[in-house]
Design a protein around this ligand. Structure first.
Ligand SMILES: Cc1cc2nc3c(=O)[nH]c(=O)nc-3n(C[C@H](O)[C@H](O)[C@H](O)COP(=O)(O)OP(=O)(O)OC[C@H]3O[C@@H](n4cnc5c(N)ncnc54)[C@H](O)[C@@H]3O)c2cc1C
Length: 423
């Protein structure tokens, strides 16, 4: 059986894992990324990235590869399906701050943009984490523990730092003692539709609300449209044609033809249906988000419902903040990863992130509940208050600036501390 020693091991090559590996690379630290799948996984086909994500992608040095491909969304509309009332919304202003509006991107392109910046062989595919132990380290500089990870294929890897980016059902979060994610009572179907002759929807995002349902169409470019629907209940359908049929015939038969037409044009390979889960926000605030040299990033820390489109954006913020704390520790210790010092850096990362993450989990859940709840007078009043005041307050949160990284000039073997939020 293979036994390997690494400085930093990251579990999961999703948005969080790849962004964390890149943040560490930019501060001069090599990390090994373990991914259970055989290649980069792109379930969900597309996602919206708000200004906070673009600020993080700037810090990671990859935003320039994506912005020319995806124009920003500037306007949107929300249609009440039963009354036909339409409310126009601007996606500039509170949604974008001084930057442009949100941009929808292909997940595959985002993952590839991050992965191609990593050194060769930094991602080890078909490598599923099965269990974790710790082992005491006694060296001249270090008295902390090593993380020992056991893979399903029998390989053992020891590392000074273990970062769980293994998503919703995170083995690392479970090892830390975080509570299991809870079901929000809703599920979402989503997919990508292709219009070779053009979709003619412009660059405006359209949402449709009905009791217990929220759906939308989001143009990615002139030919592709991302669509979604969130419904009450726990639907677990995996067959693509059944997903399409269920949406058209059971969940949205009364929706405007513009929505139904987009669903009919779906690329069947892109369809998925997922229960919407979240972590109890209080558990993020008071639970063990790190223990010694082990922590979690992205959905492994803060699974949230997609009602504000913030799960992936928040994962990118986490990666930059964690990279900055580990990077500062690395610089302060003569460019070496000292396990005891890194444990302190992970503690500082958690302190900086836990309230932000818990706030977004709560805000996303409340936003979904208000928008999809029933039609009696007080719920309608709540919706008016929500769109007039709360929506604007929540929208400002998507302009969050996670700060910068200390940048490593790898080719010169020199590390240079750049302006850092904490400096
Ligand atoms: C319907 C829906 C719509 C959404 N829309 C948006 C949006 O518009 N904008 C936005 O920002 N976010 C959105 N999100 C949230 C976003 O998809 C997630 O927050 C994001 O994908 C989290 O990335 P991650 O890397 O933390 O986890 P994941 O994407 O789940 O990646 C985890 C990776 O770890 C691997 N892995 C898991 N277990 C192991 C193991 N034991 N060993 C090795 N590897 C393992 C997995 O194979 C996977 O590659 C949406 C979510 C849903 C459900």
């Amino acid at each position: 059986m293979e036994s390997i020693m690494e400085e930093v091991v990251i579990v999961g090559a999703g948005i969080a894992g790849l962004a964390t590996a890149l943040a560490l690379k930019r501060v001069g630290i090599r990390a090994l990324v373990l991914e259970k799948a055989e290649c980069l996984r792109t379930t969900g086909s597309a996602l919206n990235l708000f200004p906070n994500a673009w600020i993080a992608l700037d810090a990671l040095g990859v935003s320039h590869k994506l912005t020319p491909l995806y124009p920003p969304l500037t306007t949107g509309s929300i249609t009440d399906v039963s009354t036909g009332a339409v409310r126009q919304i601007s996606l500039t202003g509170p949604f974008s701050g001084k930057r442009e509006g949100p941009r929808p991107v292909h997940r595959k392109k985002l993952l590839e943009a991050l992965a191609e910046e990593l050194p060769p062989d930094s991602i080890r595919f078909s490598s599923q984490l099965a269990s974790i132990e710790t082992e005491q380290l006694h060296s001249a500089k270090d008295t902390a523990s090593l993380a020992v990870v056991h893979l399903k294929d029998g390989t053992t890897i020891k590392s000074k730092v273990l970062i769980g980016c293994d998503g919703l059902h995170s083995v690392v979060a479970e090892w830390l003692g975080l509570s299991a994610p809870i079901h929000s009572g809703r599920s979402a179907a989503r997919g990508l539709s292709v219009f070779p002759q053009g979709h003619g929807l412009g660059s405006s995002v359209q949402q449709f609300l009905d009791v217990g349902k929220r759906a939308g169409v989001v143009p990615l470019n002139d030919n592709e449209v991302y669509w979604f629907i969130t419904c009450q209940g726990d639907h677990r359908t995996y067959d693509p044609s059944t997903i399409q049929k269920e949406v058209l015939e059971h969940h949205a038969p009364n929706f405007p033809s513009i929505y139904l037409d987009v669903v009919r044009h779906s690329d069947l390979c892109s369809l998925s249906w997922a229960p919407l889960m979240l972590r109890n926000p209080w558990n993020i605030v008071v639970g063990n988000v790190s223990r010694g040299n082990v922590t979690v990033v992205g959905d492994a820390m803060h699974p949230m419902t997609p009602d504000l489109g913030q799960g992936g954006c928040c994962a990118l913020e986490d990666a930059v903040v964690l990279g900055r704390h580990i990077g500062n520790s690395f610089l302060a210790n003569g460019k070496s990863v000292v396990a005891e010092e890194v444990a302190r850096a992970l503690g500082a990362y958690v302190k900086e992130r836990k309230w932000r993450a818990a706030g977004l989990v709560t805000a996303s859940y409340v936003s979904g509940w208000v928008q999809q709840s029933g039609r009696n007078w007080w719920r309608q009043l709540l919706r008016v208050v929500f769109y007039s005041y709360l929506f604007v307050v929540l929208a400002r949160g998507v302009n969050f600036d996670c700060g910068k990284l200390p940048i490593a000039k790898a080719e010169e073997g020199e590390v240079e501390a750049e302006s850092s939020k904490l400096d």
